[in-house]
Design a protein around this ligand. Structure first.
Ligand SMILES: [Zn+2]
Length: 417
């Protein structure tokens, strides 16, 4: 039996799937790294000599949050300068990356999925340090360098791995997986922000993606795609890609292909990023209104909001996350994504929270994202009620503590002692 901790006098948001769940008074017994028992509307009788009792004084406890599209390579002061980040001396860069990992944890995030490393081993090195307990940070599904098709978006920048055939791609996937990568990131569409490569461009083909998915599967890894245009989304859906990032444009074919996977494919849109871009938040960093209009992002944003309503109605699971780290979507503001889901996609606050909790458990296969017996005790404790106002999750002063694997991994120094 591991160490036992009782969180008492709590208000528990279990994330059991009810879209209008309200926090219930109760307590959570943790044994080792797991939730041993949850009592709603009831307290435990325990021997304080045998159990560490932590009185939460009515604070809300919910599952730790997750972000499914993470670039820990982008330092806290990142703007848009990928090349400069790639060229930063490795030691300095790794300390920048460590600060980002710590920021995720302190923001209530206990699980992140890598979406592309700028220096090739960023995710792997940081994951190793976190798992050894020498660096504070969330659980991390590591990514390696992104993978582009020769001639396609990203192929010329010197930061991605470039492939031309299914055999090439299989080999790159195999090599990344051998080194420990578990989230592969493939570029299969353009991006309006780079005008020569519009979002409706499509790269790679069914044979290549099928090979990548098959090879990744041998290692318990999965394939994710940058896919903005509808043809690329449809291709990702029909070839077994697990996470479709962006999915800005959805025609009937793309929607049908996603629906046909029956909950076995997840969409991670990066909605707050587009929202911030089209609302001028990047202006102070040189992304002028003219540049935003030239990128086509205003149309892309409207289309993405429309598509998310359709995905929600069709029951295609949606994940939270997306390219946080720019100065206009700063590290630490990750939960803004949930606010956008409430405001723009008509999710209830709890449905929005599900995109960062129970859906993250489902997509990774980890027993996380719910407060439930046998699940890992990865938990967030906040003042206030995020089921009534999801912006509570963005306010550092309301964050009391974060538990990871049953242990207190972050305690807010402004709150304690
Ligand atoms: Zn990204």
């Amino acid at each position: 039996m591991g160490e036992r901790t009782l969180l008492t006098n709590a208000r528990i948001l279990t994330c059991n799937g009810d879209p209008v769940e309200k926090p219930t008074a109760g307590s959570v017994l943790i044994e080792g790294d797991r939730i041993a028992e949850v009592r709603l509307d009831a307290e435990f009788e325990v021997d304080p000599a045998a159990v560490r009792v932590v009185d939460l004084h009515g604070a809300t406890v919910l599952p730790g949050l997750g972000d499914a599209h993470t670039h820990i390579s982008w330092p806290l002061d990142f703007v848009f300068d990928h090349g400069a980040v790639a060229a930063t001396p490795e030691g300095k860069h790794l300390l920048d990356v460590a600060a980002v990992a710590k920021t995720y944890l302190e923001s209530g995030y206990t699980l992140i999925i890598g979406a592309g490393a700028t220096q090739p081993d960023d995710d792997l090195l940081v994951k190793d340090a976190i798992d050894r307990g020498i660096l504070p940070g969330p659980k991390l599904i590591p990514c390696g360098p992104m993978i582009a098709e020769a001639g396609g978006l990203g192929a010329d920048g010197g930061m991605m791995e470039v492939v031309a055939t299914a055999a090439d791609l299989r080999e790159v996937v195999r090599k990344q997986c051998e080194r420990g990568v578990r989230s592969l990131k493939l570029f299969i569409s353009g991006d309006g922000v780079v005008p020569q490569f519009p979002s409706e461009d499509i790269y790679m083909n069914d044979e290549m993606l099928t090979a990548a998915v098959d090879e990744a599967d041998k290692y318990g890894a999965f394939v994710t795609t940058h896919a903005r245009g509808s043809a690329s989304v449809a291709m990702a859906a029909r070839t077994g890609v697990r996470i479709v990032h962006h999915a800005c444009f959805l025609d009937d074919e793309a929607l049908a292909a996603l629906e046909a996977r029956h909950g076995d494919v997840w969409v991670c849109p990066g909605l707050h990023y587009l929202y911030a871009m089209v609302n001028g938040h990047a202006g102070p960093w040189g992304i002028t209104d003219e540049k935003v209009v030239a990128s086509g992002y205003p149309d892309e944003f409207r289309s993405q909001v429309d598509g998310l309503h359709k995905l929600k109605a069709a029951g295609v699971p949606i994940l939270a996350g997306g390219d946080f780290g720019h100065q206009w979507t700063r590290h630490g503001t990750y939960a803004a994504e949930l606010q956008r889901y409430v405001e723009l996609v008509d999710m209830t606050p709890v449905e929005a929270i599900h995109t960062a909790t129970r859906n993250m458990g489902a997509v990774t296969g980890l027993r996380v994202g719910q407060i439930r017996e046998g699940y890992l005790a990865d938990l967030l404790i906040v003042d206030g009620d995020p089921s009534a106002d999801v912006t509570v999750l963005q306010r550092p002063e309301l964050r009391r503590a974060v538990l990871k694997d049953g242990a207190f991994a972050y305690v807010n120094p402004e709150v304690y002692p």
